[in-house]
Design a binder for this molecule. Sequence first.
Ligand code: GRF
Length: 193
Amino acid sequence: MVILIGNKKIKAAVFISGAGTNLESLIKFSKKKRSPFIVQLIISNNLRSKGLRFAKIFGIKKRIFKFKKKKLDEKKILKILKFEKINLICLAGFMKILSKSFIKNFKGKILNIHPSLLPKYKGLNTHKRVLLNKEKYTGCTVHFVSPNLDSGKIIMQKKIKVKKKDTPEKLGKRVLIEEHKLYPKAILKIFNL
Ligand code: GRF
């Protein structure tokens, strides 16, 4: 559990690589009164992430680090996070793996959303693998980030039914809709709200 001090909202940084639909849902939620956080900063490793447009739309600072020199970029990011007084990191479709030492610096304060019912289907191409294995259910998971990929403590999950006519794309779309609802809920949960 993360403890809130007073009524002040804590500052979050959202890390993205792609479309940023989870980022959008987090920003929209953050504007609600009951949200314990504001999105102070957007970080991306990909200059072409569509999600970066939300920085302009919502007036949020953005920074791009390509992670070509991972150690150096992580050092720079940590400096910025400190400067911006960031207390929560939300990974939302961020395709780079953060180092052990980076995670240690933000212990218990980095969350991730994954499009499967973890511990099943860690890694990429989850929907395709779910369909190949003829699973009846799938879903999404919000979890704390630990040094092992998609393995940190689970905060919340949402289960949905796989349909007979599903394709990875169709299934992915339905899971994504649930992701947008689950991420804010999971954040409320860690703040005990
Ligand atoms: C989501 O399915 C998320 O679970 C996964 O990557 C996708 C990102 O989508 N880690 P978006 O960029 O938030 O639209």
